[in-house]
Ligand binder design. Structure first.
Ligand code: PEP
Ligand code: MG
Length: 878
């Protein structure tokens, strides 16, 4: 027969899937001899059985539970429902993973009109006995029949007002009895039945209510948000009650073995005398700091310190402990690994290594990479945030928090920023033309576009907060208004954005800077010793690269040259290059651009100081650079001395129906080889200049959007010829590589051929995802949320690599590439290079590096180290 119920002495901390986290730890503490009130756990398997049988608690489970109730009666010497010496119990849910929004607790179960008198006799305390009974009715009503707690609280406030009391402690036993009558009436009116007097009925109803709570909407949402498996179920813990509300030598509290905000190794917590569990959390009375317990009950305090030390040593992590003191006797009701801030997580992990309690690998594995994001960006002041109202929610495209005044185009944003305002650029979507406005803004908000849209990618690169694809707002860029369901905002109004959650607030919320201090550097040193993947930075400017190097980048994995083309002094030449109708005309424009690009590349090489710099040749569709309005056309006509009509016609001719699939990437070099040749010359000439300054240089020249061997072979030949000409002229040869991006499915399946022509592959997983799924990078957010809600896709494939599909193509490309070119260098430069789950996948494939935006580098480094440790651990298991 299956066993559905475990007494605390039958379990262990390893059994958390069966007993839930709380149950497993209660069992563990019982077995190491801590003062845990006796009890038992009904397993998660029982919960599954209950759900499988359409919310029916089987006779087997019930009978087994009754056997454990009898044992509990023997252990405590009390009887359930007894009018002389009643056994009272607590009933608490406990899932394998902590789910704070769902935890249901019922205390004092077993009380009824008779047993309350028994309790009074035993405790010699009528006041606390009736207080227990009224609490029980309230919690039972709330958990079992969902009668809102505030209705009971209201009844209590009314009574206090009538009696002219301010504190709960002023209520007498008779007052509580009066309140119990009111509570019972409330119970009848809300549930349509009498409050159950039979303790077994109370127990059965409570257990099934806890099981039912697994499926309640808030629990379902919580599990979805935290990726917790719906099938796990919750356990139910039944434990004999101890009473913290029996006078001034009793109390209850919560203690942390270290400070959960800072990580400092000091005992931390709070307690209330003469109170029961929920009083501490409810905030009705202000708890005392735990250190005061030393003055009032020194022995208990010392015992609590010993318990804390023992538990931390046992679990080898900071513990969050719930305790109750009954008439001077200490009981431990719960222990778990304590929740902590990112800063505390780092400090505690490193301290535990220093104290010889855990290994460096353990410390690295304990770091939650998502939490580290908090440390790298400012965040909202918590108190002000609590009062702010959410206007809308979009995609959390680039983390951090920002507050500022809104402007609807790049030009206005720049002007306002120059006036000294903090600016939030609000656009339907951004384009490369907005780059300066984005640079001058503190944050970017777009109504359209996904996680790899222009706004998202560029904002992440700049380390700026960005909320993208916020389609709950309507933006009118002409009227300069932003409209949501509840408000209309105008230019200059204040807005606050949280790029880590996607929330948009109407108010101005103060920011707090987080300092990365303490042990962060030391931990990152261990990370470097452990990880195998190299972490590079996606950087388009010396400044991006400096930030990247500060965070530990080991080279540039992607420099998108087109981002350099939009500066005001360049755009006329870029436009001239595009609309040129002859090669001669194009070469004139290119010669101007070459001088500018040389300065750009020299700046990056200087900062890189010998580290590899991967420069991608021009990639985006040319028409992105063209003038759009008549005024822009007229201006260009004047600048380059061509009739406006002619320019208009050329712009029209260059327009494409599907620009993302059109004349872009290496296709530009097939039609206009001189563009890439100019860029290659600029790269090599600036490399020589930096080399002449005595600084090492290592350029990698990357050809984008390659689909076939023939493309890369032809382009490589042309580039090499141009480069050799420079070397001959300068009488100098510098090392450089030519390679390709792998971002088209055809390139993956013909990678063996392409690898014969390439020294490296850099996986452009943004385009590869777009082309594999056929999902537009810029529009997929309009439906991807539904794919996730309906579990068609587990996550957004533009954020975390789709291992089954896109990942299989990457695997094929890696295998085929190595087949024909064993020395092929391989890395990733798509956005997935900064995503921990994807990094683990790339590590397993044996790639050499990942590259990501500057602010994600610490996360990528930690994720790379975690991937190495996991691999080692798995080897040991085999
Ligand atoms: C990619 O496609 O993954 C990539 C890095 O290039 P881009 O995002 O510039 O298209
Ligand atoms: Mg691409």
């Amino acid at each position: 027969m299956r066993k559905f119920v475990y007494h605390f002495n039958e379990g262990s901390k390893e059994m958390k899937y069966l007993l839930g986290g709380k149950g497993a730890n209660l069992a563990e503490m019982t077995n190491i001899g801590l003062p845990v009130p006796p009890g038992f756990t009904i397993t998660t398997e029982a919960c599954k059985d209950y759900n499988e049988h359409h919310q029916y608690l089987s006779d087997d489970i019930y009978t087994e539970m009754m056997t454990h109730m009898e044992i509990l009666e023997q252990e405590t010497g009390k009887k359930f429902g007894d009018a002389e010496n009643p056994l009272l119990i607590s009933v608490r849910s406990g899932a394998p993973f902590s789910m704070p929004g769902m935890m249901d607790t019922i205390l004092n179960l077993g009380l009824n009109d008779q047993s309350v008198q028994g309790l009074e006799r035993v405790t010699q305390d009528a006041r606390s006995s009736y207080d227990c009974y009224r609490r029980f009715i309230q919690m039972f009503g709330d958990v079992v029949f969902r009668i809102p707690g505030y209705r009971f609280e209201q009844a209590l406030s009314d009574l206090k007002e009538r009696k002219n009391y301010t504190l709960d402690t002023e209520l007498t036993a008779a007052d509580w009895q009066e309140l119990i009558a009111v509570y019972k009436a409330l119970y009848v009116s809300a549930s349509g039945r009498e409050f159950p007097q039979n303790p077994l009925e109370q127990l059965r109803l409570s257990i099934t209510a806890v099981f039912d709570s697994w499926e309640n909407p808030r629990a379902v949402v919580y599990r979805r948000l935290h990726h917790i498996d719906n099938q796990l179920g919750t356990a139910v813990n039944i434990q004999s009650m101890v009473f913290g509300n029996t006078g001034d030598t009793s109390g209850t509290g919560i203690a942390f073995t270290r400070n959960p905000s800072t990580g400092d190794n000091v005992f931390f917590g709070e307690y209330l005398l003469n109170a029961q569990g929920e009083d501490v959390v409810a905030g009705i009375r202000t708890p005392e700091p735990i250190s005061h317990l030393e003055d009032t009950m020194p022995d208990v305090y010392q015992q609590l310190l010993d318990v804390a030390a023992l538990l931390e040593l046992h679990y080898l992590d900071m513990q969050d402990i719930e305790f109750t003191i009954e008439k001077g006797e200490l009981f431990v009701l719960q222990t778990r690994n304590g929740k902590r801030t990112a800063q505390a997580a780092i400090n505690i992990a490193v301290d535990l290594v220093h104290e010889g309690k855990i290994s460096k690998d353990d410390a690295i594995m304990r770091i939650d990479t998502a939490q580290i994001d908090q440390l790298l960006h400012p965040s909202f002041d918590e108190t002000s945030l609590a009062n702010a109202s959410v206007l809308a929610t979009g995609l959390p495209a680039s983390p951090g928090a920002a507050t500022g005044q809104i402007y609807f185009n790049a030009e206005d944003a720049v002007t306002a920023a120059e006036r000294g305002e903090k600016v939030i650029l609000v656009r339907n979507e951004t384009s490369p033309e907005d780059i300066e406005g984005m640079a001058k803004s503190v944050a970017i908000l777009t109504a359209h576009g996904g996680m790899t849209s222009h706004a998202a990618v560029v904002a992440r690169g700049m380390g700026k907060c960005c909320v993208a694809g916020c389609d709950a707002i309507a933006i009118d860029e002409t009227k300069k208004t932003l409209q949501s369901a509840t408000a209309t905002l105008h230019e200059g109004d204040f807005l606050s954005l949280n790029g880590s959650t996607g929330n948009v607030y109407v108010d101005q919320i103060p920011l707090v800077e987080t300092e990365i201090g303490g042990h962060f550097e030391e931990l990152m040193g261990w990370v470097n010793e452990t990880k195998k993947l190299v972490v590079r930075v996606n950087a388009d400017s010396p400044n991006d690269l400096e930030v990247g190097l500060h965070f530990g980048a080991e080279g540039v994995g992607l420099c998108r040259t087109e981002h350099m083309f939009f500066q005001e002094d360049r755009i006329p030449y870029v436009r001239q290059m595009i609309i040129a109708e002859s090669k001669e005309e194009r070469l004139i424009a290119l010669s101007h651009l070459k001088a500018m690009q040389k300065t750009d590349f020299a700046g990056i090489f200087r900062v890189a100081n010998g580290k590899p710099v991967n420069i991608r040749l021009l990639d985006p569709p040319l028409h992105e650079f063209l003038p759009k309005t008549d005024a822009d056309i007229a201006k260009l006509a004047q600048e380059i001395g061509k009739p406006a009509d002619e320019i208009k016609q050329r712009v029209h001719d260059l327009a494409e129906t599907n620009p993302m699939l059109g004349h872009r990437g290496c296709r530009l070099a097939i039609t206009f080889p001189e563009i890439y040749m100019m860029q290659a010359e600029a790269i090599i000439e600036s490399a020589i200049a930096i080399h002449d300054e005595g600084i090492a240089v290592y350029p990698e020249i990357m050809v984008p959007l390659v689909a076939s061997r023939e493309e890369i072979a032809l382009i490589k030949k042309q580039l090499k010829e141009a480069i050799q000409t420079i070397f001959r002229k300068e009488q100098l040869v510098l090392p450089f590589d030519i390679g390709t991006m792998i971002e088209i499915p055809r390139a993956c399946v013909t990678a063996d051929e392409i690898a014969e022509e390439a020294q490296f592959f850099s996986f452009g997983t943004n385009d590869l995802t777009q082309l594999t799924f056929g999902f537009s990078r810029d529009d997929a957010n309009k439906f991807l949320y539904a794919y996730q809600e309906q579990k068609i896709l587990p996550t957004d494939p533009f954020q975390s690599i789709d291992q089954k599909g896109v990942g299989a193509l990457v695997t094929t490309a890696v295998q085929r590439g190595r087949m024909t070119n064993p020395s092929l260098k391989m890395g990733v430069c798509g956005e997935h290079g900064g995503d921990p789950a994807s990094i683990q996948f790339f590590h397993k494939l044996g790639l050499q590096y990942v590259s990501c935006s500057p602010y994600r580098i610490p996360i990528a480094r930690i994720a790379a180290a975690q991937a190495s440790i996991l691999e080692e651990q798995q080897k040991v298991k085999i």
